[in-house]
Design a protein around this ligand. Structure first.
Ligand code: FES
Length: 138
């Protein structure tokens, strides 16, 4: 395992993501409210670039004390990324599919050290050349 420095955590959008291409294999590092998560950019459905999709707040339906629906609303704390190929949605913190928890993106460790974001690249992936680009938030 090798760590790659993606630069200052403060430079990440919130919510947001940065895609990293390590010699042809892509990883996504997501940022939400000071927390980072990282996944291989491979959808569990048909291998699409799941992490490049739109980041959307989770849709919630709060239930009132009387058991009735409080209506549909967007979450202020949970966000999903929707695979651009067929719409599988994954929680950007966990990589777990929102409807089918047995489907999850393959995660890789990410941490913040001295203000910089470090993502761990599995050993089977050759180390740089590295290119990275940031995609807009929500
Ligand atoms: S490849 Fe991602 S939803 Fe089909």
């Amino acid at each position: 395992m090798r760590e790659i420095d993606l630069g200052p955590a403060a430079a990440f959008d919130d919510p947001g993501r940065r895609l990293v291409d390590v010699d042809g294999t892509e990883f996504a590092v997501f940022h939400l409210r000071g927390e980072f998560s990282a996944f291989e950019n491979v959808c569990t459905h048909m291998g699409g670039p799941a992490c490049q999709g739109k980041i959307l707040p989770r849709v919630e339906e709060p239930i009132r004390a009387d058991g009735t629906s409080g209506g549909m609303q967007f979450s202020e704390t949970s966000y999903n990324v929707a695979c651009p190929w067929h719409g599988f949605e994954y929680d950007i913190r966990t990589g777990i599919h929102v409807g089918y928890p047995r489907f999850r993106l393959r995660s890789t460790p990410v941490r913040v050290l001295d203000g910089n974001v470090l993502v761990t690249i599995p050993e089977r992936i050759p180390v740089p050349p590295v290119t990275q680009f940031q995609m807009g938030g929500a």
